[in-house]
Ligand binder design. Structure first.
Ligand code: GLA
Ligand code: ZN
Length: 631
């Protein structure tokens, strides 16, 4: 990235009959120090009003005009929403929902990823765009489609799923074994009998549910690659596709070799719950995005003021736009970009926040906040490209998450995988210590500390990687529910944590109790009572030192926190989910021991470093009025 980008989604296709507005846009963009516009995200109907009738002239004029005024373009492929002529003529392009209904035309993000016709039409328009603009100096990046997501249950997708299964399992006998289909007499005689999991069909075979989710990621990625291939015929410019933080439907790590730059759409629900917590979860999402390719990313969308889709969409209070923009930059973003530049007059997003609202001028508070961020980006433009290379990784694995969310176990009200990850994250974030978010396929050898909350499913050789990591001197923190199932969701026999991880942690986990939402157990750590929740595993040390024991229930006195020397390293095991104060003291000690430095700050302040810049985010100066207790 040559510099920090400031810009966002710009939809001149909605205003082609208003040259006065288009001219005003340029003036206002300059006033707000905008240097990049994202064009054409939903412009298919304007680019190809009838099949094969391409109208790219208006786009060329806009790109040139922006460029003449110092504003570059991120050019989108328009597959996120299809024109009506296409939906009408080619019903197979329309998605079939999980109830088996073929959707009507309209809305967006609802095409079939498998449909050959849709793929052909998308290729055709992408090629046209690439041919015309693929080497244009103004175009810096391709924005492939928009927020890929969702599933299609049409016959084409079902067939593709069966092919995918055949390729993975080879024979139906293997599949039956991997999915444990003898249960409830669900043995398949052929691949043709298999349908995707739906509420009125099979959902009890967890191997099926997981393979379907993996297939959806693979098929979406395949569609994305197909789009990129069309663009690549005429253009070598880098590509991105915009992600949605911890979106459950796709394993974003699988996209890392396909896209050149990670980008994402950040919409924290400011002022509806505790803003410090909101900042923490947003920071964790930024870190996830930076970790996918281990390089700076783009915050390609955010709202300058309010959204229009959260249950309650509050205005950003004074100062919050600057704070949230700096937060993105602190965690590795090379941009602050908006949805949207200008509010539309009609349709479903007319009241979504924008830099320019229906009033149309720059006198507004929101415009002035945006312009202030634009100025700030110019001041700190040296930040662009600065990498962050943490000593610590927290494992968040999408497939493990799917397995945890699918399992029917002892806490069907919520096993809280993501929350338990953020418990650990928060303690480090408060100290301003950078953290990577890694999945099981990542390489851990460069880290000093790896934290692996609820590593229920072992896949991609993670057990070997963690074993070697600790053996060679690394510090590992694991928790309850570790090493219970293989990648097909089959339980390991012979004791948990399985596959040699029991040896690494120096223990055997025999049973696990579930705690009701309002129930707490506790254990002593450094002479203080530390409360814990959700789960209480009953483990037997096999070499591990016991650092803390439960204080309540029939298992009072059983180990809750253990430490084991393994090779040159150390593995800690938390048999229960501690409250925040434990993580704070535990990680303070551990990072000090490892020589990992953060910042000493007053409460309510988070300081962190990126490149030569130190960011200080002062939450005490946030004009939020919601208190922690009110969450
Ligand atoms: C998403 C989409 C945008 C817009 C915004 C609204 O991020 O990509 O097109 O709908 O949400 O917040
Ligand atoms: Zn389909």
């Amino acid at each position: 990235m040559p510099k920090l980008l400031h810009g966002g989604d710009y939809n001149p296709d909605q205003w082609l009959d208003r040259p006065d507005i288009l001219a005003k846009d340029i003036l206002l963009m300059k006033e707000a120090s905008i240097n990049s516009a994202t064009l054409g995200v939903f412009a298919w109907a304007a680019l190809e009003p009838q099949e094969g009738n391409y109208q790219l002239g208006w786009l060329e004029d806009i790109i040139n005009n922006l460029w003449d005024n110092g504003i570059s373009t991120i050019l989108a492929t328009p597959s996120g929403a299809k024109p009506n002529w296409l939906a009408e003529k080619y019903p197979e392009a329309r998605r079939v929902n999980r109830n088996g209904q073929r959707e009507l035309a309209g809305e967006r993000h609802n095409h079939c990823f498998t449909s050959p016709v849709y793929r052909e039409k998308v290729s055709a328009i992408n090629e046209k765009l690439a041919e015309r603009f693929g080497t244009h100096p103004a175009v810096t990046l391709w924005h492939i489609s928009n927020e890929y997501g969702g599933e299609c249950f049409c016959d084409l997708c079902k067939d593709e799923f069966r092919k995918w299964l055949k390729n993975k399992h080879k024979t139906i006998e293997n599949l039956n074994k991997s999915w444990w289909t003898s249960f409830w007499s669900h043995t398949y005689n052929s691949f043709e009998q298999i349908s995707p999991p739906v509420p009125y069909g099979e959902q009890g075979l967890h191997g099926l549910v997981l393979d379907w989710k993996r297939f959806v990621t693979d098929q979406t990625l395949d569609f994305c690659k197909h789009e990129i291939e069309a663009v690549r015929k005429y253009s070598e410019k880098p590509v991105t596709t915009n992600f949605m933080e911890f979106f459950g439907g796709l394993n974003y790590f699988k996209f890392k070799d396909t896209i050149d730059v990670v980008s994402w759409d950040s919409y924290p629900a400011w002022h509806t719950k505790n803003d410090v917590t909101t900042s923490m979860t947003t920071s964790m999402a930024h870190d996830l995005m930076r970790s996918i390719k281990k390089q700076p990313f783009l915050m390609i969308e955010s709202t300058p003021s309010t959204t229009n889709w959260q249950p309650i969409s509050k205005l950003k209070k004074p100062g919050v736009h600057m704070l949230s923009s700096l937060m993105a930059l602190a965690h590795g973003s090379d941009s602050v970009m908006y949805f949207q530049w200008r509010k539309s007059r009609g349709a479903s997003e007319k009241f979504h926040g924008a830099v320019v609202d229906h009033f149309g001028g720059s006198e507004t508070r929101v415009f002035q906040d945006v312009a202030a961020v634009g100025k700030k980006l110019l001041e700190i433009s040296d930040l662009a490209g600065a990498e962050i290379n943490p000593d610590i990784a927290i494992i968040y694995d999408w497939e493990n998450r799917w397995a945890i969310e699918t399992l029917r176990g002892q806490r069907n009200v919520g096993a809280n995988y993501l929350d338990s990850i953020s418990d650990h994250y928060r303690a480090l974030w408060e100290m301003g210590i950078p953290v990577d978010i890694a999945d099981c396929e990542c390489d851990f050898s460069g880290y000093k500390l790896v934290i692996a909350p609820m590593l229920y499913m072992l896949r991609a050789g993670i057990e070997e990687k963690l074993r070697d990591f600790v053996k060679n001197g690394g510090i590992l923190v694991g928790t309850y529910m570790t090493g219970q199932v293989d990648e097909n969701d089959l339980c390991f026999l012979g004791g948990f944590p399985a596959c040699g991880l029991g040896e690494v942690f120096g223990l055997w986990a025999e049973e696990m109790d579930a705690l009701k939402d309002d129930e707490r157990n506790s254990f002593l750590y450094q002479g203080k009572e530390r409360f814990s929740r959700d789960f209480a595993e009953l483990v037997h040390p096999k070499g591990a030192e016991v650092l803390g024991t439960y204080t309540k229930d029939f298992y009072a006195g059983h180990p809750a926190l253990l430490k084991n020397q393994f090779g040159k390293g150390t593995a800690y095991y938390l048999a229960t989910r501690p409250e925040a104060d434990f993580c704070q003291s535990f990680y303070k000690d551990l990072t000090a021991e490892l020589g990992i430095k953060g910042f000493e700050v007053e409460p309510g302040v988070v300081k962190s470093r990126r490149g030569k810049f130190v960011f200080t985010l002062d939450f005490n100066r946030l004009s939020a009025d919601v208190k922690e207790e009110e969450i």
